[in-house]
Each structure stands twice: as structure tokens, then as C-alpha cells.
Design a protein around this ligand. Structure first.
Ligand SMILES: *Cc1c(COP(=O)(O)O)cnc(C)c1O
Length: 357
């Protein structure tokens, strides 16, 4: 069996060093003689891991004063509910750029008045809406910066006249973010920040406390900020691996270093898609994501789709089947996916084209 090139959309590929360090901790957490799976989350060694993880988030993303980072369970899908619970009083606006955005909007509608300010549903979400106006009377405006399924991305931090909230599940830690422009940034860790089972939320503290509803204790960000994500048993395993991921990222040179690597990977693959007569990209060029690259067979070659999937799978490519709502292929180029992985995929696409084009 050759070395696998993993392009899974989530959970994501993790660096080997992160996996190796996790295996060690599973056997013996920090020399305590106790497995990571069995330590008390009230032991000193664990406190240090939590502190380190929080500090690394702040350092790597250059998070300003006045924000706190919390780690929770429930996936990004539960954060969809946290958002209106904590921020919706009168009215909220959402940018509808895909099914994740739609699901987030649905939770807000369940708690109050919420609507799509703009949508790209007319073209199966293959672009980011532009030229829309954000109403000034919203409690918040919600965006999904990277649309994992469709391969579109909002690559800049937009100017917003109301508190801006972003689901950054699948592009967090891939580029520099001006956190000061956001009231809240959240996501599941398993796309680019760690394993499944833990979420992150970067919350501007003074944006909280503005709603009059009763907020259940566990759904109140203030609970988790006050108790430093230890109000209840935190997802110990997930936080440990996330912390290893952040240490790896810092060791690599931090956010600008990884961004340069990510841009190069994406450019390599998009260049091949644009050059290769068998394939065509599905996302609008100006909105192409550097994390999820979506492509289909070009017109006239549709019948080769299953064959290419088989061909690539036999050559150790993992996870390139596109989401069922777009079809074709999707290669997710998250942080731990390497230039070598992308070069290997490109070589397979070229080999396939030599046979069939
Ligand atoms: C995967 C994903 C989600 C859902 O995450 P879960 O942790 O599975 O709930 C939400 N938003 C985006 C952008 C995603 O990619």
C-alpha cells in the first residue's frame, strides 16, 4: 500500500507529528503515568494544556484584547443555535452562500426575525453574492467565510456596519484574519484546526449580554468564558489534539507561512484544472476557495467521472469525491495537506488526460 494522499473535506488530515504526540499522550499524559483518556480535567497538567491552547489561538491569530476563546462540544451545528441565542434580540441578517449558511439561518428563525440579506442559491451557490447592502438595524450579520461544499470563499474581512459573526469552520487558521472586525468567529475544529469533537468560538466579550431572553446555562457564552471552558467536562481529547495542531502551526512559521503554502497548493491545482481539457472548475474564479477545490468532468467527458475516481483511488488519492449536491470532485487542501500531496494529484490528472484527452 502506497502513502495515501488525503483530501478529505472533514475530519481533516493531521500532521504526522500531531498524531505521534497524541499516541504518546494516549499512553502517558505528560509523564503522569495516566492516559490522556483517563486524566482528570482538574489536574494541573491539564490546566496547562488548556492555557497553552488558548494562548496559542490568541498568538497565532493575533486576537486583540477584549476577546476570549472558548472550546465547546456539539459541532459547528450547535454554534448555529448559540449565535441567535446570544446575539439575536430584534433582527438578524445572513449571507446565504450554501447549505451550512442556510442551516445557521434556520436556527435564528427559530428564535426571532432572521432573513437572508443576499443569496447565491440561484446558481447552486457557486459564487459569493456581491453588491448587497447590509441593513443598519440588524443585531448582527452572519457570514460563512468558506463554503466547504461549493469551494467558494470570502477571502477578505468585510466592512460591516453591524456586529459581524462568521462561521469559519473550514478556513480558520488558513489565512490572517482581522479579528477586530468580528463580534464572533466560530467553527468545528475538524476541518482545519484539529479532530472532530470540539469547536472553537472567538467571542468579543462586550458584544454579549445584549439580549433579554433567558439563555440556558450551557448555551450562554458567558458561562464558558467565566469558567475558561471548564464549566463542565471539556472535550479533553479534542482540545489536546487541537493544541498539538497549533504548536505544529507555530513551529511552521505561523499564519503567514501557512497562508503562503496554502495559496501555492491551491494555485497548483486550479492551474491544472484550467489547463487540463478533461476537467473544469465549478466555483466562480474570483471566489475560488484556497481550502476546498471543486471540479467536474468537462463537457463531453462526463462519462469518465467514475473512471477517474477509480483511477485516482488506485493511485492512493483519498477523499476526492465531490459532495453529492455538486457532484464531480472536491480536493480539500487543509493546512496539513502538503504541496507533495497536491503535486501527486496533479500528476494523476495529467496521466489520466494522456490516456483519454
Ligand atoms: C462542516 C461544516 C459545518 C458543520 O460542522 P459540524 O461540526 O459537523 O456541526 C458548519 N459550517 C461549515 C462551513 C462546515 O464546513
Amino acid at each position: 500500500m502506497g502513502k495515501k494522499h488525503v483530501f478529505n473535506a472533514g475530519p481533516c488530515v493531521l500532521p504526522q507529528s500531531v498524531i505521534d504526540n497524541t499516541i504518546e499522550a494516549l499512553k502517558d499524559f505528560k509523564g503522569t503515568g495516566v492516559s490522556l483518556l483517563s486524566i482528570s480535567h482538574r489536574t494541573k497538567g491539564w490546566d496547562e494544556t488548556m492555557d497553552e491552547c488558548r494562548a496559542l489561538w490568541k498568538e497565532i491569530l493575533d486576537i486583540p484584547e477584549g476577546y476570549e476563546v472558548v472550546f465547546l462540544g456539539g459541532g459547528a451545528s450547535l454554534e448555529f443555535l448559540y449565535v441567535p441565542m446570544n446575539f439575536l434580540e430584534h433582527k438578524a441578517g445572513y449571507l446565504e452562500t450554501g447549505v451550512w449558511a442556510k442551516k445557521a439561518l434556520k436556527e435564528a428563525k427559530g428564535l426571532g426575525e432572521a432573513f437572508a440579506v443576499a443569496s447565491s442559491a440561484d446558481k447552486n451557490y457557486n459564487y459569493i453574492p456581491k453588491g448587497y447592502e447590509i441593513p443598519k438595524d440588524l443585531d448582527y450579520f452572519h457570514i460563512t467565510t468558506n463554503n466547504t461544499i461549493y469551494g467558494t470563499e470570502i477571502k477578505e474581512d468585510i466592512d460591516c456596519p453591524v456586529p459581524l459573526i462568521a462561521d469559519m469552520s473550514s478556513d480558520i487558521l488558513s489565512r490572517r484574519v482581522d479579528v477586530s472586525k468580528y463580534a464572533m468567529i466560530y467553527g468545528g475544529a475538524q476541518k482545519n484546526a484539529g479532530p472532530a469533537g470540539v469547536t472553537f468560538a472567538i467571542v468579543k466579550k462586550d458584544a454579549l449580554g445584549k439580549v433579554s431572553r433567558y439563555i440556558p446555562t450551557m448555551l450562554d457564552y458567558r458561562t464558558h468564558i467565566d469558567k475558561l471552558s471548564m464549566f463542565n467536562t471539556p472535550p479533553v481529547f479534542g482540545i489536546f489534539v487541537m493544541n498539538e495542531m497549533l504548536k505544529w502551526l507555530k513551529g511552521l512559521g505561523g499564519i503567514d507561512a501557512i497562508h503562503a503554502i496554502n495559496v501555492k497548493k491551491a494555485e497548483t491545482l486550479y492551474a491544472e484544472i484550467d489547463r487540463n481539457p478533461l476537467f473544469v472548475g465549478t466555483a466562480a474564479k474570483e471566489d475560488r476557495s484556497i481550502m476546498n477545490v471543486c471540479f467536474v468532468m468537462a463537457e463531453g467527458h462526463e462519462d469518465l467521472q467514475d473512471e477517474f475516481l477509480k483511477f485516482a483511488t488506485e493511485r492512493d488519492m483519498v477523499g476526492i469525491k465531490g459532495h453529492r449536491s455538486v457532484g464531480g470532485f472536491r480536493a480539500s487542501l487543509y493546512n496539513a495537506c502538503t504541496q507533495e500531496d497536491v503535486d501527486a494529484l496533479v500528476a494523476v490528472m495529467q496521466e489520466f488526460a494522456k490516456i483519454h484527452a
